[in-house]
Ligand binder design. Sequence first.
Ligand code: SF4
Length: 308
Amino acid sequence: MEKRYNSYVGYFKERYGERLQKIVIDAGFSCPNRDGSLGTGGCTYCDNAAFHPAYSSPDKSIKWQIEEGIEFHRRRYRTASRYLAYFQPYSNTHAPLSDLKRLYGEALSHPDVAGIVIGTRPDCVDDEKLDYLAGLSRDKIVIIEYGIESVYDRTLKRINRCHTYGQSVESIRKSTERGLMTGAHFIFGLPGESKEEMLAVAHEVNKLPVHSAKFHQLQIIKGTPMEKEFREHPEDFIQFSLEEYIDFFVDFLELLRPDIYIERFAGEVPPRFIKESPWGSVRNTELLRLLEKRLEERGTRQSARFTL
Ligand code: SF4
């Protein structure tokens, strides 16, 4: 059955003839919002421990993490034969270029690794690093994913991101100008944003030359400053029920440009990490099934209401 949205998994199958499985690598990076370059407190919602699979740890070499990651995924997805090393936790370009060359080089030298995916902040790249990545992308898959989170500067300030939306726009432009495959990550439900403002994010994303986008509902992690803020000002947060979120995302998809690949539209975090977990512990496959079912019921699809 033809999908009603542009699926990221489908892109790889179509382009490379196979599923490429991401393996999360923790290469021991920090981020400028934690190591004192910009601040020490971090973004108010952040707890990177919430997003680590068990096999990824900076105590292990990159090769070791890849081997364990392959073993982990082989037991689950027997269809994958090649992998993407996903430098995910913290800001994975926040180091001198010589370190990046060594770390990415180690991942790319593994025979089963087809490429790398680099998660980072928009203020952690420069021309030199982007030129280097563009060079690598001539032989290997190289994808850069920027954490943008919100298009509203007042929200970015409130969640202590310590960068502006303008910086995101600029880094995406510089990356795509060099031919890099570029993704963007956003969070829905950040404090102070109305549902209408969240829907209007689609119009901003449409202006960005991104290849893919990833969305998460806000999940409030125990022990973070956001947990405290939520307790003190619950009225500032829109907490979608699962049904409301699926409908909201269908509305959002209708406004989105047709060529943008959707990597993820909602997140699962192990329930032990979640302070407010209105959805229970629903798995990603179930979320995707619910999205497809709702698109079908509403007889709609990505870009159904897209206008230039
Ligand atoms: S969300 Fe990213 S940028 Fe923000 S503190 Fe955490 S690692 Fe740093």
